[in-house]
Design a protein around this ligand. Structure first.
Ligand code: NAP
Length: 316
């Protein structure tokens, strides 16, 4: 599909793309770039790329497709560094979890004739780095593309085919809409997970100070299967990546957080007043949402990932 693909940032997502590009033979050559010497060394040792560079301008030279796989806060500075080296007609895309900030940060540094089409594979794990990636990460997962209104239709289609060949289902929407949807489906859940795990961590010290009943850290770990465990998995996600997500999607996240706080207060009131009917009504409604996600095949579990790796993917 491409003579040369350049991957800027070779962590979980970049290395997964490298593996998928190799396994589907989507490029003649893959070049990589990473700010981290350790990631560069690991990617080279794993044979993920044909050439690894520290300088992004060297990595993008002659590339037909450039995929930025670094945290969203780095996109602008990266485009400034490599913009002049991008060949005319090349596609510049990214995988960032926020889309509204990407085009404004990158477009000023790219020449006319370079196609900037931001994207976001809605696929991931809590692990980071080149060793954490795997070729099947995008299998049956959505990839959202947010082309600007004047984007070349054939180029968008080519990028869509790239993702589809790696196993994704592609949807096209505006960057603003993407950021609103992801604020509630991804960003707010991560914020809640970070909060709840930190609250549990604080408990031990606080109870000790009050000389009351202690909840020890070992108890939190021991009995984590009661729901806490799922939050700890999400709260183990990369701190830099998520710092950038909240800074870049401030408006939509604050809007969803406001709505969430109102709903949480209503629930608090129902518990205080012993309003079981209200609680049951809500929990029944939310169970239906989970069933919908399972029916849509988007309830991916680690077991499903393992099965995919073993080449025996079943419907999840
Ligand atoms: P990751 O595993 O931490 O990999 C990111 C890599 O980029 C790291 O090696 C990092 O080095 C490097 N990097 C940082 N700044 C750079 C720069 N200026 N130039 C070159 N390399 C740079 O992160 P990831 O999970 O792959 O996430 C990458 C992107 O994918 C983010 O934009 C994120 O929003 C998006 N995304 C993530 C997920 C997910 O579940 N993880 C899902 C969908 C999309 P250092 O470690 O030294 O900083």
């Amino acid at each position: 599909m491409f003579d040369k693909v350049a991957l800027i940032g070779i962590g979980l997502i970049g290395s997964s793309i490298a593996r998928a590009v190799r396994s589907h033979k989507l490029a003649g050559k893959i070049s990589g770039c990473d700010i981290s010497a350790e990631a560069r060394a690991q990617a080279t040792a794993l044979g993920l790329v044909d050439a690894m560079h520290e300088d992004p301008a060297e990595a993008v030279a002659d590339a037909d497709l450039i995929v930025i796989c670094a945290p969203v806060g780095a996109h602008g500075a990266l485009a400034e560094q490599f913009g002049a080296a991008v060949k005319r007609g090349a596609i510049v895309t990214d995988v960032g979890s926020v889309k509204g900030t990407v085009a404004p940060a990158m477009a000023p540094h790219l020449a006319d004739g370079v196609h900037l089409i931001p994207g976001h594979p809605v696929a991931g794990t809590e692990n980071s780095g080149p060793e954490a990636g795997f070729a099947e990460l995008f299998l049956d997962r959505w990839c959202i593309l947010t082309p600007p209104p004047d984007a070349d239709a054939d180029t968008v289609q080519l990028l869509q085919r790239f993702w589809e060949t790696m196993g994704s289902r592609v949807e096209i929407m505006t960057a603003e809409h993407h950021d609103k949807v992801l604020a509630i489906t991804s960003h707010l859940p991560h914020l809640i997970a970070y909060t709840i795990v930190a609250t549990a961590d604080d408990l031990e010290g606080q109870f000790k100070q009050e000389a009351g009943d202690n909840v020890s850290k070992s108890e939190v770990i021991k009995f984590s299967a009661g729901g806490f465990r799922d939050f700890t998995r999400i709260a183990a996600s990369d701190p830099v990546m998520w710092r950038d997500v909240f800074l870049a999607n401030k408006g939509a996240v604050l809007e969803m957080l406001g709505r969430f706080s109102e709903d949480l207060t209503a629930l608090q009131r129902a518990i205080r007043w012993g309003d079981g009917e209200e609680l049951e009504k809500l929990f029944t409604r939310t169970r239906d949402i989970r069933r919908g996600i399972v029916e849509a095949g988007q309830a991916g579990t680690f077991r499903a990932v393992e099965e995919a790796r073993a080449g025996a993917l079943k419907d999840n």
